[in-house]
Each structure stands twice: as C-alpha cells, then as structure tokens.
Design a protein around this ligand. Structure first.
Ligand code: PLP
Length: 371
C-alpha cells in the first residue's frame, strides 16, 4: 500500500481549514462592524445572559421569548453551567457513549453519570424509564442529531418519547443539538420544539458551524431554569464575549450564516460519502450507523486485545488514531471494555484522498491484528 509515510490524522473533531479560510473575511468584517455599530455596548460589562440582539434572533429561530435564551462562550460552557447548578450527588442519565468532556464535567461537579443503551433510532427508552422510576434522576443529557461519537440520529418519535418520559417523571431533559444544522445528505433535520414550563432544554453551538475560535454557544431553557443559572453565570464568567455575539447576530440576520451552512454541506458531503462507502467496502462486518451529517462515526473493532499495540501499529503505517473508550459512561464501560478497540473517526477536516487512504491503512492494520 502506498502510504509513503504520509501522516493521516483520525484524532480531532475540528472543522475543515478550508471552511475557516472561506469565512475569515466575513468574520473580520463582522467584528469590525459589530464594534463600530454597537461601540461601548459590546466593549463594556453587561449582558450576563448574552447580547440581547443575538438572544432575540435565537428566540425567533426556536419560537421562544428572548428571556429563555442564554448565549455564552461555546456549547461546553453553557452545558457546564447546568451541571454546576445541580446538587452534588445528582444522577445524570447519558447515552451509553457520549461526548467525553461532558462525562468528565459530570464527574468534576460531583454528579453521577449513568449510561443508557442506544438503539438504531435513539435511546432505549424502557431502560431510562426503569432508571427514573426507581431513582431520583436530575437530568437526562443526549445528543440527538449525528450523535457524538456514534454518528446516528434519533427518530422524532424517540425524541418525543424521551421528552415525555422526562416530563412525566420530573427529570430535566437536555438535548445538545450542536450538529443539528450540519446535515450533508440533502435533507434537513427537524427542529426540537421547546415548551414551558418543562423544556426540554436545548444546547447549541456556533463553533462547528462558524469557527471554534469565535467561541459562541447558547441554551434555550425554561424561565425558572434561566433564573437559577443567571447568578451562576454572573459568578463564573460575568459577560460573555460580546463582540462575537454581535457579529453572529448580524451574520444570521444578513443570511450569511445560512449560506455558510449550505457551503459546509457541500464541502462535507463527499467526505461523508467516502466514509460510508469505505466502511461498507472495507468493514462490511462492523455494526455502525450510516452517517448523514455531523463530525463523527464511532464503532467497535472486535478482536483487538491490546489497544496500545494497535495504535502503535497504525502509527507506524502512517495513521494516527486513539482508543476512545473514555466516551463510555462508567456503568457501560464495565460491560463493554473487552469488546475490542473503540474507534471514533472525525471526518470533516480530512480531505477525501486522505480519508480514503486512512481507511485503507486502518483495514490493513486491523486485518494484521485479528489474523
Ligand atoms: C456534543 C458536543 N457538545 C459540545 C461540544 C463543545 O462545543 P463548543 O466548542 O461550542 O464548546 C462538542 C465539541 O466537540 C460536542 O461534540
């Protein structure tokens, strides 16, 4: 195989550099205009819950009142604020595999994560039901669109069942929809409806759709929840980055954001297709989701007993990978840890040739290991 020692990186879920270079002019102009137009309003303290014009635009998008929007410095920040607000020892239900930084944050705030199995169309709702009826569960956190790390998308019915179960049992339901607008197969993901007084809470982020460096995310929450979170916000970060929020508000209003989403879908679609094609071709035996958007595909490579040796062999062949078992909730990890090597492929930042070549190396190294 002609790898020519080119190093291909399957490690980081980041936007493609081309997309950042394409948007840089709009960002530069947007910041300039934001500061010139809004002046001291975006350079001064204030707007703890986010810049009002951005909250108004987001409120309209989700059909809520601006008071139900908190805009902050990225998705993880607003998610973290919610965890920080929960009493120590609270149980947080998560998907069997989830965003690993969320798991470490749950741990950091003295909360307890309990993983719930996923099926092909969403969460195993009966398992969540069993948990919430037998225990006091504070929160369910899930990633319903192009799930990180698995890559699957929930059916609308499954989302509804989870919403209802949570609301019937007094459990906060939080959907992290940071891949909602990142669909590349020509279809559009539906909106998850928000309703007072119980939610669900929605978290979204502009880091994948605009740029990680601009760091902006938001949450849509019941008014009572916003009241709980506001003093925590004030003590954690005071105001968010206001020039960023002013730029994003204007970028959305001008139609520039939607046009960029269309560009991203066109840029990422061939990469998604290569990933699906290479998986079907080189790993037909592996159980996995068909990817339609987002940033990741996660799956088990069975038969690998030594994760480190597998990583080293892949590296020697020119492919950088890592074992992603940190995505599993502790109760699930106990059950699955001997299933093999868990790999999460982040594909949008890879050019199509590198992606195809990386998949070929992966297959070759895997076959050597299991034979
Ligand atoms: C599911 C999920 N939520 C949140 C984040 C973090 O988003 P942000 O960069 O906006 O903090 C990520 C980043 O990969 C993610 O995958």
């Amino acid at each position: 195989m002609a790898t020519e020692n080119k190093n291909i990186n399957f490690l980081r879920g980041i936007p493609a550099t081309e997309s950042l270079l394409r948007i840089k002019e709009a960002v530069a102009q947007g910041y300039h205009q934001a500061i010139m137009n809004y002046g001291s309003e975006v350079l001064q303290y204030g707007h703890f819950n986010g810049f009002l014009p951005l909250r108004q635009v987001l409120a309209e998008l989700h059909g809520v009142h601006p008071d139900q929007v908190i805009a902050g410095n990225g998705g993880m920040e607003v998610i973290s604020l919610l965890f920080k607000s929960l009493p120590k020892g609270s149980i947080v239900a998560v998907e069997e595999a989830t965003y690993d930084r969320v798991l470490s944050d749950i741990n950091r705030y003295g909360l307890k994560a309990v993983g719930i199995p996923l099926s092909s169309d969403g969460l195993e709702v009966d398992v969540l039901k069993n948990l919430v009826t037998k225990n006091s569960v504070a929160l369910f956190y899930g990633i319903p669109f192009h799930q990180n790390p698995v890559g699957m998308t929930y059916s609308p019915e499954n989302v509804e069942r989870v919403n209802k179960l949570c609301s019937d049992n007094n459990v906060l339901c939080a959907w992290d929809i940071c891949y909602w607008q990142l669909r590349y197969d020509g279809q559009v993901n539906r909106v998850i409806d928000f309703s007072e007084p119980q939610g669900p809470i929605l978290f979204n982020s502009f880091t994948k759709t605009i740029a990680p460096g601009t760091k902006c995310g938001y949450c849509i929450a019941p008014k009572k929840m916003v009241e709980t979170l506001t003093p925590i916000i004030a003590n954690t970060r005071l105001n968010p980055n206001l020039p960023t929020q002013a730029f994003i508000a204007d970028f959305i209003k001008s139609g520039g954001f939607d046009a960029h989403l269309t560009y991203l879908a066109e840029l990422y679609r061939p990469r998604m297709e290569i990933l699906n094609r290479e998986m079907a071709d080189k790993f037909p035996e592996i159980k996995r989701a068909e990817v339609t958007g987002g940033f990741f595909l996660g799956f088990w490579l069975p038969g690998i007993k030594d994760d480190r040796a597998f990583v080293t062999a892949a590296e020697a062949a020119g492919l950088h990978i890592t074992s992603s078992k940190s995505v599993f909730a502790p109760n699930i990890l106990d059950q699955v840890k001997d299933q093999g090597f868990y790999l999460r492929i982040p594909y949008p930042a890879l050019n199509p040739d590198d992606l195809a070549q990386g998949m070929a190396i992966l297959r070759q190294v895997y076959i050597q290991f299991v034979n």
